[in-house]
Design a protein around this ligand. Structure first.
Ligand SMILES: [Zn+2]
Length: 616
């Protein structure tokens, strides 16, 4: 009743306005009828809770485009292409007047809009400002989006495209279509609903033979399956497990660094276990450290939980992680947890399980092909001491941290966070190792003034010699030289030089040389040597580490050498190299070739490669 009275009053007011200004009764009457209708309509929509803002009306229009958007999602080349098209076609209504998205907006979004939202945010189309959202808001958005089968299909396709051929993938997606429409198995991790665990339990009880493949980034899935097997196994259980994990080697393999994409999300969407700085953004270096530790922990877990009934192999993703968690029991069961890498947290994944033999067969083949390709490398955790794998991982990590400007204080300040989320007893020891390594690097890179030399050797019977040419000190009547070396790598191969000088003739070494009195810093010395030996003017060398007191003799009367090792990330153009007088030839060698060359290496090079974990 009230609404009609308001409408009538508005109509009379409009008529009055027209009458006062226009004196035209006919136009006044038309105006008041229009006013009456508009006010009635407005109040009707208001009563029925129809969103009446500009935003709300635009959103109504987008509903009409839904069919086109879903149809297009089936035929596209890459997810990036699709989201680009989407952005052009369907600029998210919220962006049109730069409205910041907050909780109230999220609550209003339909599942379709939530899906579009995530696709656009995931592909970094900066048309949406979601700096105000919290992880709870993102959870709500993801849960909504997962109600849209077209969204799930897109994410599934993107996730599997790295391991399945396009033709097989299309067939598989058609097969999955039915299951994608069901939304009871979604986002929430429900322990009672763990079909994989149930299947393992059932097969163990039957005393079955099982071949299991587990695709995961770091450790969680490997940890769980071993625990489950231990609980369920009977005397006649026999299991073969292939674990696929990210390689912990930051420098030689890039898989873990690839996960840095996960940090390119709005701060609110960062998973809780990530190491963060004060502004809630990820602390990239500390979080990569946490991830490396997690992988090392799973090595230990797998080794510790090794049982006689269970044969495990560990495969490391070298270049990248395919983005889909898979738990597969050959011929029996498969479970997928797809998720775009940027939102790969378990919170945002969804889960599809299947016992369909054709689906299992296609995925088994995909996993086998993947294993056969050169994307993964098998490591022998059982036959090889874990310490060796761990040492290489930590050395590479230390080197990477130094190159990223990390200081020992950073490790100290974040020790608790790293410890909390990697949850391993070894964490403190590993952090200490990194701290020492980085500390030594910073100490040694400082300048070579006499006072520092004195400080370094204060404990010993030390005599500072002066002059020109090679810098030398006399310690307990032995001559000690300081030497610098530069490691250049290209395409997983290391640059070696063949020495021309008589003293080393026929031997191979790194680009290296003695520090001279003319050099003010170690950096000066290494740059000079690089220029003299291979004719390269380079300033991108970063300090990696220091080896003390090597008892190797040189052609200049030195008995002891302190080696300072630098590394370059620059890719060298071989044709631009000019070999100096002391260099006979150069050679790029792989790690395997390096093993066979031990006898041909100079003493210093051998010790440096040992310290790098490159020589066994
Ligand atoms: Zn020397």
């Amino acid at each position: 009743m009230m609404q009609h009275i308001i409408a009538v009053i508005s109509a009379v007011l409009i008529w009055l306005v027209f009458y006062i200004f226009n004196k035209d009764i006919a136009i006044g009457a038309l105006g008041s009828i229009a006013g009456f209708i508009i006010v009635e309509l407005y109040l009707f929509m208001r009563k029925n809770d129809i969103d009446l803002t500009f935003l709300g009306l635009r959103r109504l229009l987008y509903v009409f485009k839904k069919r086109k958007i879903i149809k297009k999602s089936i035929n596209y080349d890459s997810l990036a292409d699709y989201t680009f098209w989407l952005k052009e076609e369907f600029v998210f209504p919220l962006s049109s007047f730069n409205k910041k998205i907050d909780k109230t907006v999220i609550q209003k979004l339909s599942s379709f809009e939530a899906a579009i939202f995530i696709l656009l945010v995931n592909d970094n189309h900066n048309c949406i400002d979601c700096s105000y959202l919290t992880s709870e808001d993102f959870k709500e958005l993801f849960t909504k989006a997962l109600k849209e089968p077209f969204y799930k299909r897109l994410i599934l396709k993107e996730s599997l495209s790295q391991i399945i051929k396009p033709a097989d993938l299309e067939k598989l997606l058609i097969k999955f279509e039915e299951q994608l429409a069901v939304d009871c198995d979604l986002s929430n991790e429900n322990i009672d609903n763990d079909l994989f665990k149930e299947k393992v339990k059932e097969l163990c009880a039957m005393g079955g033979e099982m071949t299991i493949s587990i695709f995961s980034t770091t450790s969680q899935l490997s940890h769980d399956i071993l625990k489950d097997l231990k609980a369920y196994q009977t005397s006649s259980t026999k299991v073969d497990i292939d674990f696929y994990l990210c390689s912990p080697n930051v420098k030689t393999d890039s898989a873990i660094l690839e996960l840095m994409k996960e940090y390119e999300v709005p701060v609110g969407a960062l998973p809780f276990q990530f190491v963060k700085v004060r502004n809630k953004k990820a602390h990239v270096e500390m979080d990569i450290t946490r991830r490396v530790f997690r992988v090392l922990r799973s090595f230990q877990d797998i080794k510790d939980n090794q049982e006689s009934y269970c044969k495990t192999s560990v495969y490391l993703y070298k270049k990248s992680y395919p983005g889909c968690k898979i738990r597969l029991i050959e011929n029996k069961f498969v479970e997928l947890q797809p998720g775009p890498l940027k939102f790969a947290n378990n919170l945002y994944r969804f889960r599809i399980a299947s016992t369909d033999s054709e689906i299992i067969h296609t995925l088994s083949n995909a996993v086998k092909n993947f294993k056969g390709g050169n994307e993964v490398q098998c490591i022998e955790l059982l036959n090889q001491p874990i310490e060796q794998a761990e040492k290489q991982a930590l050395l590479e990590l230390a080197e990477w941290l130094i190159s990223r400007g990390i200081k020992t204080d950073d490790l100290f300040n974040y020790a608790t966070d790293v410890h909390a989320s990697s949850g391993d007893q070894e964490t403190r020891t590993r952090l200490k190792f990194l701290q020492n390594r980085i500390g030594t690097a910073y100490k040694a890179i400082s300048n070579l003034s006499d006072s520092i030399n004195e400080e370094l050797y204060a404990e010993e019977n030390f005599e500072q010699l002066t002059g020109t040419g090679i810098r030398e000190v006399k310690i307990n009547n032995k001559i000690k030289h300081i030497t610098v070396a530069a490691i250049f790598t290209n395409n997983n191969k290391i640059l070696l030089i063949e020495k021309a000088k008589e003293f080393y003739q026929g031997k191979y070494s790194l680009v290296a040389g003695h520090v001279e009195y003319q050099d003010n810093t170690l950096a000066d010395a290494v740059e000079r040597e690089v220029n003299e030996e291979i004719g390269l003017g380079i300033s991108s060398l970063s300090y990696i580490f220091h080896i003390d007191d090597l008892t190797d003799k040189c052609g200049h009367g030195g008995d002891l050498h302190d080696w300072h090792v630098f590394n370059s990330y620059e890719i060298i153009d071989e044709n631009s190299l000019k070999l100096g007088a002391e260099v006979k030839s150069i050679k790029w060698v792989s790690l395997n070739e390096l093993q066979k060359m031990k006898e041909e290496l100079t003493d210093g090079a051998c010790k440096i490669f040992n310290a790098m974990g490159w020589l066994k």
